[in-house]
Design a protein around this ligand. Structure first.
Ligand code: DAH
Length: 328
C-alpha cells in the first residue's frame, strides 16, 4: 500500500504540473480526488487495515490528498491567467497594422473641364449665368430669331414635352434670359446641359455647352476673334492655330464656326460664334444702332475629347471606373 501511495504521489504531481488547460485539470481532480478518485479509493480502503495500521496509513493518505488539492489550486491560477492572456492576445487590435484603403472619388472629367473653362472666363471679367433645362419655345427658338416653321428649327432634334415646352437644345436661350434680367452692357458665360435626339460615337442625347455673350457699345468681330484665341491658348496651354469658317446661325450675323488645328494636322470644329443679330437685340428692346455684341457656343465634350484624345464621346457617360479613374 505504501508503494502504491508513493506512485500515486509522483504520478499525480507530474500530471498536474504538465496539465495545459483548465478542462484537463478538472479531469485530473476527478481522477484523484473525485468520489471514485484514486486517493478517495485509498481512504475508503482504510477499513480493510488492522486498527493499528489505520492511523499512520490514514495520515499519509490525507497528507497526499491535501498536497494534490493544493497543487491543483495553484495550477488552476496559472492556467486561468494564461487563458485570459490568450483571450486578450487573440481579440485585441493590432494598432501597427496598416489601415483599410478607402477609395477616393474624383471629379468627372466633364465637370472638371467645365470648372476650368468657367475660371478662365471668370478671370477675364465674365459673369457666370444659369438657366432652366426645361425651356420654353420662345427662349429656345423664337427670341433667337428662329421663328416657327423656320428651317433652322429642323437643325435641332428637339425633345418636346408639348407645343410650348422642351428640353433646351442649346445654351443660347440663356443669352436671352441674361439680357432680360441684367440688360446691357453685358458680359456673361453660361455653362450647362443640353439635349438632342441624337446618339452615336460623336453624339449623346445629353451633352454640355458653354455659351458666351458680350454686348456693349463698339464691340466688333476682332474682339470676338481675340477673346476666343486667348481662351483657346489658355485652355490648351500652348499657342494654337484657329480657323474661322463662315457659317450660318439665325441669331448671329455674320456667323462663323471655329476649328482648331490638332496635333495630327487635322482641323476640328469646336464652336459656333458670330455678331449678335440685330433682330435678337430688337426682341429685347435693345437698340442695335447703339449696342452691338458677339456670342459663341462651344461643345464641352468636344474640348474634352481633344484634350484627352478620346475618340468615343459615350465613354464619358458609361460610368466605367477604369475610364473615370484615369482622370484622378
Ligand atoms: N447654339 C449653337 C448650337 O448649339 C451654337 C452657337 C452658335 C452659339 C453661334 C452661339 C453662336 O452663341 O453665336 O449649335
Amino acid at each position: 500500500m505504501s508503494d502504491s501511495l508513493s506512485d500515486l504521489s509522483s504520478k499525480s504531481i507530474q500530471e498536474i504540473s504538465e496539465c495545459s488547460n483548465l478542462k484537463e485539470l478538472e479531469l485530473l481532480r476527478v481522477k484523484y480526488l473525485g468520489k471514485k478518485g484514486a486517493i478517495t479509493k485509498q481512504l475508503k480502503a482504510l477499513g480493510k487495515l488492522t486498527p493499528s495500521e489505520r492511523p499512520k496509513a490514514g495520515q499519509k493518505i490525507n497528507i497526499l490528498k491535501e498536497k494534490v488539492q493544493s497543487l491543483i489550486d495553484a495550477r488552476k491560477i496559472v492556467l486561468a491567467d494564461a487563458s485570459i492572456q490568450e483571450k486578450i492576445e487573440s481579440s485585441s487590435i493590432d494598432v501597427t497594422l496598416s489601415g483599410r484603403k478607402n477609395n477616393r472619388g474624383n471629379i468627372h472629367p466633364i465637370s472638371s473641364i467645365l470648372y476650368e473653362i468657367e475660371s478662365i472666363f471668370h478671370n477675364s471679367g465674365f459673369r457666370v449665368e444659369d438657366g432652366p433645362e426645361i425651356e420654353d419655345e420662345y427662349h429656345n427658338f423664337t427670341a433667337l430669331n428662329i421663328p416657327e416653321n423656320h428651317p433652322a428649327r429642323a437643325m435641332h432634334d428637339t425633345f418636346y414635352f408639348n407645343a410650348n415646352y422642351l428640353l433646351r437644345t442649346h445654351t443660347s436661350p440663356i443669352q436671352i434670359r441674361s439680357m432680360e434680367t441684367h440688360g446691357v452692357p453685358i458680359k456673361v458665360i453660361a455653362p450647362g446641359k443640353v439635349y438632342r435626339r441624337d446618339s452615336d460615337i460623336t453624339h449623346t442625347p445629353m451633352f454640355h455647352q458653354i455659351e458666351g455673350l458680350v454686348i456693349d457699345k463698339d464691340i466688333n468681330f476682332t474682339h470676338l476673334k481675340g477673346m476666343l484665341h486667348q481662351f483657346i491658348n489658355t485652355f490648351y496651354k500652348r499657342d494654337m492655330e484657329l480657323r474661322f469658317r463662315p457659317s450660318y446661325f439665325p441669331f448671329t450675323e455674320p456667323s462663323a464656326e471655329v476649328d482648331i488645328l490638332s496635333k495630327d494636322g487635322s482641323w476640328l470644329e469646336i464652336l459656333g460664334c458670330g455678331m449678335v443679330h440685330p433682330k435678337v437685340l430688337e426682341n429685347l428692346k435693345i437698340d442695335p444702332e447703339v449696342y452691338t455684341g458677339y456670342a459663341f457656343g462651344m461643345g464641352v465634350e468636344r474640348l474634352a475629347m481633344l484634350r484627352h484624345e478620346i475618340k468615343d464621346i459615350r465613354l464619358f457617360y458609361e460610368n466605367d471606373l477604369h475610364f473615370l479613374n484615369q482622370f484622378k
